[in-house]
Design a protein around this ligand. Structure first.
Ligand code: ZN
Length: 661
């Protein structure tokens, strides 16, 4: 048997002073998609992720949590790992920088660099915060500490330095010989001019940090940030004995654009100094911005992956992240765009085509894939469209152009929708000729669906398996070899599989409201509350998983926790960009509250003024479409669309502020 070619790719080794948000999820989704794609192209693939667990920030966070550092990082690593597992993003290797295998690798790499003459002891001078016990990077004398605001002091300590300056020419030569090493092109140009501007030697150890990998025989020196963290990519696949595993050098390091310099300058220089193989490619992607600002915890605009996966399924989030933005560029994240894409591309697109095709085959051919008759020009056109899409999509995946790969797949889906609408198999009768035509049209549609399913699998792993099962195809779609994919391989006569729930359509404002409520709960857990529950089946693609869980009975004491009062609406206005929401101010007797309600499509704002309503007044404040809502108006949900009807008090004029029991 021929040995498979290997492909080794990595996400960054994420820093463990917080938990993953959508930015980390994005990189990891990209890595997971490439992994699945490469496997379908016949590669032996290893994907590594992990946690960067050293440094002064971890020291501080552990102290704040009242834990030993080792306990703190073990918990953080477990939480990261659990979330990746929950989201269906488990890597093949999860490396922790506190792992013994990693400690050994860092010490080994340092020894080689030192033996080869690229390490020396020198004086490091920088601005230091006595209170935080840390150097403040890039601070000048007189600057204050950005963390605590206290004045910094100029301190000189003895460090080990890496002779980065010696690698200016070797790096420039290397970039020239390997023009694809840094991607995308714009980043490459930035890095080349940075290196051309000259490289300063790099301090790689500290004596002021305690929580780090010790430099053997040189305590209290510990390795500092990059010499430690970057080396984890190598530790994960064998460290000093990497040849045995056969995965090093890495084929692809995926990184955010903020850390491209470390990966494309420091990292190859360390490896060159140790005379070890250098990675083949570093790809920097952009950021997802929220309302055009970089997400950060302090700005309170962090998007979390779990609530989205719970509401729409992980496949929907994967699809959105890869479809919305050209890989490498910055993109804007909005729940509105996410749910719009979900409904239009997944529910109405792929989901609808699959269930429509299966239903027609069920009705007309007893659920057996029909045998096509003579082909007419529309059938041939569809077949040609799908065939040429195969080559184009693979080409797009190869250059990590996920947005265009998906665009191409979805144009084929749209083609099939149009084909069905024109050919109208449901309108054909039962004569032999018409039956044969029906068979041709439905076989053609089913075959197109098979091709689309295979092509989309790397991005939509869970839902494409469902379509595969629905089509009655054997085994797993993941096992299909992309290089053997051709039009015409669908065998007639096979029985369809059981019906599948693919992408149930959702009401946009309701979906967004639920996602935001779950995110609020995860970011601000009620004191004493158990941690947010993992989704029962996050990768199932089913909408409303959380909402469908069987309701538990509650005791009267639980009900008593909900404080409801009679309120009177004082003002009502529409919210720009949220067609279902109204912003209300409501008098609840003791104060006037701002409350958002999803009733804009059924109630004229002007007619609401003066109306008395039932209000939940002790609900934690939350943001709906960016507008603070401090309470909830009670309404019945009527009919299949869930039309809201406000609860009211028609019998008697009740006092504002009266409690509901
Ligand atoms: Zn400070």
């Amino acid at each position: 048997m021929l040995k498979k070619p290997k492909f080794y790719l990595t996400t960054p080794i994420y820093y463990t002073n917080g938990l993953p948000h959508i930015g980390h999820t994005y990189t990891t989704v990209v890595a997971d998609t490439i992994r699945r794609y490469k496997r379908m192209r016949g590669y032996e693939v290893v994907m590594t992720t992990g946690t960067d667990e050293h440094g002064v920030n971890v020291e501080r966070a552990a102290k704040k949590a009242g834990m030993a550092e080792s306990e703190f990082v073990a918990r953080m690593a477990a939480a990261w790992r659990a979330l990746w597992d929950e989201l269906g993003l488990s890597a093949d290797e999860f490396v922790r920088t506190t792992d013994l295998r990693h400690v050994r690798t860092v010490q080994w790499l340092f020894r080689l660099c030192r033996e080869n003459g690229y390490v020396y002891k020198g004086q490091y001078t920088g601005q230091y915060c006595i209170f935080d016990n840390a150097f403040v990077n890039d601070a000048k004398p007189g600057d204050n500490c950005p963390d605590c605001g206290r004045p910094t002091e100029t301190i000189t300590e003895e460090n080990y330095f890496f002779k980065l300056s010696a690698f200016q020419k070797p790096l420039l030569d290397f970039y020239k010989k390997n023009p694809d090493f840094i991607q995308p092109e714009t980043r490459r140009n930035e890095i080349v001019s940075f290196v051309e501007g000259g490289l300063k030697d790099l301090s790689i150890t500290r004596t002021t940090i305690r929580w780090g990998i010790p430099v053997p025989g040189e305590e209290p020196h510990v390795f500092y940030v990059w010499f430690d963290a970057l080396t984890a990519y190598l530790s994960a696949v064998g460290g000093p004995e990497f040849e045995r595993r056969g995965m090093w050098p890495a084929d692809l390091h995926l990184v955010g654009k903020d850390i491209i310099r470390f990966h494309s300058v420091y990292w190859p220089a360390f490896l060159m100094a140790a005379m070890q193989p250098v990675p083949k490619q570093v790809w920097a992607h952009g950021w997802f911005l929220m309302d055009a600002a970089k997400m950060s915890k302090s700005k309170g605009n962090v998007v979390l992956p779990r609530p989205i996966a719970n509401m729409l399924g992980m496949d929907a989030l994967r699809y959105f992240l890869l479809r919305e933005v050209v890989f490498g560029q910055d993109g804007n994240f909005s729940y509105d765009a996410l749910v719009t894409r979900y409904n239009s591309d997944l529910a109405n697109g792929l989901g609808n085509l699959a269930s429509r095709t299966a239903a027609l085959i069920e009705k007309n051919f007893g659920g057996k894939i029909p045998k096509p008759g003579p082909l007419l020009s529309p059938d041939v056109a569809l077949a040609e469209g799908a065939s040429s899409a195969i080559g184009e999509v693979l080409g797009r995946y190869d250059t990590l152009d996920f947005a265009r790969a998906l665009e191409c797949i979805w144009s084929v889906i749209a083609f099939a929708d149009k084909y069905l609408t024109t050919e109208q198999p449901w309108a054909l009768g039962n004569s032999e000729e018409e039956q044969s035509r029906k068979a041709t049209v439905l076989w053609t549609t089913a075959e197109l669906l098979r091709i689309v399913t295979v092509l989309a699998h790397a991005v939509l792993p869970a839902s494409t398996e469902k379509v595969w099962t629905l089509l009655g195809l054997p085994g797993s779609v993941a096992a299909v070899e992309l290089d053997g994919l051709r039009w015409g391989q669908l065998t007639p006569g096979k029985q369809l599989g059981p019906a599948q729930t693919l992408f149930p359509r959702v009401d946009k404002s309701e979906a967004i409201e639920r996602i935001e409520a779950m995110a609020n709960e995860e970011l601000n857990p009620a004191p004493g509350a158990p941690p947010a529950k993992p989704a029962s089946s996050p990768t199932s693609g089913g909408a409303g998983v959380a909402a469908q869980a069987a309701p538990e009975k509650i005791g009267i004491e639980d009900f008593a926790k909900v404080e409801m009062r009679v309120g009177q609406i004082k003002s009502a206005e529409r919210i720009v960009g949220a067609d279902k929401l109204l912003k209300l101010t409501v008098d609840i007797g003791t104060e006037i509250r701002q409350i958002c309600a999803g009733i804009a499509q059924y109630y004229e704002p002007e007619k609401l003024i003066g109306r008395k309503v039932a209000v939940v007044v002790n609900l934690a404040p939350r943001k709906l479409r960016g507008v603070e809502s401090n309470g909830m108006i009670i309404a019945a949900s009527v009919g299949p669309e869930g039309r809201p009807v406000l609860a009211g008090f028609p019998d008697e004029d009740v006092e504002v502020g009266a409690r509901l029991k």
